[in-house]
Every structure is written in C-alpha cells, then in structure tokens.
Write a protein that binds this ligand. Structure first.
Ligand code: GLV
Length: 322
C-alpha cells in the first residue's frame, strides 16, 4: 500500500529532464527530490516511496529501495526492468506508453521523408559547400512517397500514428503486430509477426516501432535484411536490439539495402569506434525520436493518475506493467 500524499517521497531520476521543476508547479504537497546520475540514485533510492525513472534504472535498485512501492517509467519502453524481481518485492511498475507517441511517429515520418528526399546527403554537401547538380541515376535521385510500401513493425500507439501519417502521404501501409486481432487502424493491412519475412521483399521502407521483447530481439537479422530490396530503407525508432547491428552494417557496406535511419543502437551512446557511424547510407539520430518539450508534463499526468488510483485502492494502473 502506498503511503498518503503527506507521508511519501517521490524521487525523479533523469539525466536532463526538468521533472521536479514541472512537478513543483502542480503544488500537490508531495515531497520530492531529483537525482541526475546512477551514483546519486543509488545513494538516495532508500528515501523514495515512488521512483520516476527510465535510463538510470538498473535492476540492483530493487534490492536497495527499502520502501519503494511504485515505479513510474519515464520511457514508453520498459525492457530494462526485471518484472519478476519487482513483483517479488511488491513494487509496481507503470510505463509511460503514449507520452511520446506523437513525437516518435513524427520522427519516424521525418526519417522516411529525409531518406526519400535525400536530406542527409544535402546536409553533408552543405558542409562541403557542394551544390550537387541534377542526376540521371534513378537509384540516386530524390523520390516521392506516393504508392511506396511501408511495412510498420509494431502497430501500437506509435506505429498506429505512423500509419496515419504515412497514409496522408499516399503510402501503402502494411502493419505487423504480435496480435493482428488488435486491429489494423489506419494501415491497409495487418499481419502477425510471423508474416514479416514474406512481407519484406515488397517493402520500400521498413519502420520498427515495436517494444523489445524476446520475439522482437534480432528480428531484423541478416536473413531479414537479405529479403529486403536493394532500393529499400530501414528506419529504427524501437530499440537497437531489434536489429542485428553487425548484420545491418554488413548489409549497408555491401549495398544490400539503400540506407538505414537509426535512432537506437545496441550500445548508447554509440561508441566512436562503431562502424555504423560511417556505414554507407546510415543516418543516425541519438535516441531523440521521443523527445518533445511536452515530455515532462505528459509523464507527470500519468504519474498523478497512477498515484490517485493507488490512494483509492484501485488495483489497475494506467499503463500497468507489474
Ligand atoms: C524511449 O525510448 C521510450 O521508451 O520512451
């Protein structure tokens, strides 16, 4: 049972977000503090009844957090949490699914447009003061999206909105989801994950917007990449581990696909020595797909709702994971 508002303490743990400042504006009379790094979190976790965290989490914290009862994830993804360990400790967990659905879907659409319009090359040329002339080689020329096929892997809130955006550009949208009975939304078709290999050869773009689960780990491996067209692009706004990264680098180096826009990598930050930085056709954004100026308040809305539910003794949480 969660302590009452005047008896509990919330810890906000994030490297950059202004969670506590935005929380203070709500004047809800709940004690809180903020930590900015792992050492700070380890040192003060024992003071917290509620922890609001994403990337600073590590599973050892479940043992250190003496009175910790509830974790509100700042991220939509919760793959870093050991659910069984939390449950054994009586610690509940809710995700922030939905808070960045607009941002990530807009980022994925931006990446698709950037690849089709060859914006990364234009920016590279600008840095070299090169005004590229018109080109006859159709494989190198800018293109339009009408009638191009987009396969979206993961048709949740993010993938579902990406489908809507892509349809506005007259793309043909094929959704792939774990449970196709969940509906196709704006997509033209929806299939089970197992249908992906058969769908890949038709894709002009493959966008990953799925959670990282045992089923999606290494989903885009060498075999999957080999099924894609040489003219096709991969867009990853999910998790790095959904893609076999060395296989992607090899595919880009061999020209087996035309390019890849990658927001997430196996190791983040991407190490300077990673060959992905310089792989031909790679366009990298630093896990910024979900960033939005509304982020803090979007998470706090979910946090407050989940605190209220627990004070009312309700069992079901918003975005409940554990
Ligand atoms: C970002 O990657 C998130 O999980 O929200």
């Amino acid at each position: 049972m969660l302590a009452s508002a005047d008896q509990m303490t919330v810890c906000f743990a994030h490297v950059a977000y202004q969670m506590q400042a935005r929380f203070a504006l709500r004047e809800c009379g709940i004690a809180s503090f903020e930590v900015r790094d792992r050492a700070g979190l380890d040192a003060r976790i024992a003071e917290a009844d509620v922890l609001v965290v994403s990337g600073l989490w590590h599973n050892g914290l479940a043992q250190l957090g003496g009175k910790l009862r509830f974790i509100q994830s700042i991220g939509a993804g919760t793959d870093q949490f050991d659910r069984a360990a939390l449950s054994a400790k009586g610690i509940r967990l809710a995700s922030a699914a939905g808070v960045n659905a607009r941002a990530v879907s807009e980022h994925a659409m931006s990446l698709i447009l950037a690849l089709a319009r060859r914006l990364p090359e234009a920016r590279d040329n600008q840095a070299k003061k090169v005004w590229r002339g018109m080109i006859g080689d159709l494989t190198q020329r800018e293109d339009e999206l009408t009638d191009k096929t987009l396969v979206i892997v993961g048709l949740g809130r993010i993938g579902g909105r990406l489908a809507q955006l892509a349809r506005a550009f007259d793309m043909r949208v094929i959704g792939v989801r774990r449970d196709p009975a969940g509906g196709r939304g704006a997509a033209d078709e929806v299939h089970a994950l197992s249908a992906l290999p058969a769908l890949l050869p038709a894709a002009d773009f493959v966008a990953l917007t799925c959670p990282l689960t045992p089923e999606t780990t290494n989903l885009i491996d060498a075999a999957a990449l080999a099924r894609m067209q040489r003219s096709a692009y991969l867009v990853n706004c999910a998790r790095g581990r959904v893609v076999d990264e060395p296989a992607l680098v090899a595919a880009l180096q061999a020209g087996a696909i035309a390019g890849a826009a990658i927001d997430v990598t196996w190791e983040e930050p991407l190490p300077a020595e990673s060959p992905l930085w310089t792989a031909p056709g790679a366009f990298i954004t630093p896990h910024t797909a979900g960033e939005t100026r509304r982020y803090e308040d979007n998470v706090l809305d979910i946090l407050m709702e989940n605190l209220s539910r627990q004070w009312r003794g309700e069992l079901a949480l918003l975005n409940q994971v554990v």
